[in-house]
Write a protein that binds this ligand. Structure first.
Ligand SMILES: *Cc1c(COP(=O)(O)O)cnc(C)c1O
Length: 447
């Protein structure tokens, strides 16, 4: 481990002890300043958004469940007042109103990975199709020619894609997103699954014709093996969750969509109407991309917090120590093991950590037991089912009563009196594809 930049942030002691904790980012800066140094900007997000719009007719054709939304893969924003009451009854009080962003119901992949993962496969597909003459330069620039993309589902294109493979390392959900989309386009899809991956996710992928390679090691190792395997094959493309800008931008587009949904719901977001967002974090790509996008849209009026399991707080460890991806949770004596399979990542993305340095507001950790209690409470009160990883965000709500670090943060970051007008958004990241018998099992845990 590199010694030179190791910063002895007091939160590291709590991480080592696997204690639940809140960390406020001491390096965050006003967004107007921070954005000048970011490697990506609003224009990159808008390009990504246009690309998804160009693909919409093709998506609609390949996945009829997206017809109503015109081939746009998006989830609902829902107020959850009954859950808010339940949390209050359990002692979690916070000022303002509670909403759920339901990426747990995203079509096709059933998780937040339907944003980044599918976007990257489409971006790669567009690049290949352009080279092969399946699409023209005019088709793929700006608003382009969405109807031309329908040709990508025809025989000639499928035969072409079948000569190419797409590979990825995953704890489960990224593999499902990349695997399902790649297979639908005709690629040879190969998913390298870590030991954390649930059996039903592997079974589902195999049923779609995806090759699943299983490892007895963790996520970082599955990614490494996948990257190597892909290097050996000149016709193979590797989706690199630890470094990919395309994944990141696919996630970031969520912010542009959320902006419209908040407006439609009559929710005002300004500095004196703050928006607090709680994002489950694994390697960092999904919560990082969404945070980056939200800051571009709402600036300092949005406050973003990552939530990680007490045994797998890789991103928090990287940011608090300043070591980024040069530290992993095993260096802190933690196991990296958690029931939250989507968050079972020991070493964070260095790329995302660097972008988050000045824009992330804070992060916290959560015990596994609590995830199942959130899962059951949400199902009982709102009839909404989430997988365990997707419940992590609820933990972020518990720091508004009696946590000194949060009180100090609010004093500096939110105008006096504005918290009464706050909106809290728990980002629900997965659950739709969980089979019934697994749902019943989750709902019975800790009862
Ligand atoms: C992948 C995942 C996350 C976190 O995303 P990262 O990009 O790994 O940080 C959160 N929740 C679920 C359900 C996921 O599958």
């Amino acid at each position: 481990m590199a010694e030179k930049t190791w910063r002895k942030d007091p939160v590291l002691k709590k991480l080592e002890a696997a204690e639940e904790c809140l960390w406020i980012n001491p390096d965050r800066r006003p967004f107007a300043e921070a954005k000048k140094d970011l490697p990506l900007g609003m224009q990159d997000m808008e390009e990504a958004s246009l690309r998804l719009a160009r693909f919409a007719p093709l998506i609609e054709k390949l996945f009829p469940q997206t017809r109503e939304a015109g081939g746009i893969i998006e989830s609902a924003l829902t107020p959850i007042p009954k859950m808010q009451q339940r949390l209050l009854a359990r002692g979690t009080a916070f000022p303002g109103q509670l909403f759920l962003k339901r990426d747990s119901d995203l079509p096709i992949a059933g998780s937040v990975k339907a944003r980044g993962g599918i976007y990257e496969v489409l971006k790669h597909t567009e690049d290949l199709a352009l080279q092969e003459g399946l699409l023209s330069k005019e088709d793929v620039s700006g608003a382009g020619n969405p109807q031309a993309y329908l040709a990508l589902s025809e025989e000639r294109a499928k035969t072409f894609f079948a000569r190419h493979s797409v590979q990825v390392g995953s704890t489960g959900n990224l593999g499902m997103s990349i695997g399902i989309m790649s297979a639908a386009l005709g690629y040879r899809a190969i998913v390298h699954m870590s030991s954390d991956a649930k059996q039903w996710k592997k079974d589902l992928l195999r049923s779609r014709g995806v090759t699943v390679v299983e490892y007895t090691s963790d996520y970082s190792e599955a990614v490494k093996q996948g990257r190597e395997a892909s290097k050996q094959d000149p016709m193979s493309y590797f989706v690199d969750d630890e470094n990919s800008r395309d994944l990141f931008l696919g996630y970031a587009v969520a912010a542009l969509r959320l902006q419209g949904q908040l407006e439609a719901a009559g929710v005002l977001v300004k500095e004196d109407h703050p928006l607090f967002v709680y994002l489950p974090c694994g390697v960092g790509g999904a919560p990082g991309g969404i945070t980056f996008g939200l800051k571009q849209v709402f600036g300092d009026a949005v406050h973003c917090f990552f939530v990680e399991p007490v045994q797998a707080p890789g991103m928090l460890a990287g940011m608090a120590s300043g070591l980024q991806n040069h530290i992993c949770v095993q260096d802190l004596g933690l196991t990296g093991k958690t029931e939250a399979d989507g968050l079972a990542v020991g070493r964070p993305s260095g790329f995302v950590g660097a972008v988050m340095t000045t824009i992330l507001d804070g992060a916290c950790t959560v015990q596994d037991e609590r995830l199942f209690s959130f899962l059951r409470d949400l199902y009982e009160t709102e009839k909404i089912f989430l997988e365990p990883s997707a419940c992590a965000g609820f933990r972020g709500l518990s720091f508004f009563a009696g946590e000194r670090a949060m009180a100090a943060y609010l004093q500096g970051a939110v105008p006096a009196g504005a918290m009464a007008r706050a909106t809290h958004l728990v980002w629900a990241t997965g659950g739709r594809l969980v089979p019934d018998e697994v749902r019943r099992e989750y709902l019975s845990i800790g009862k």
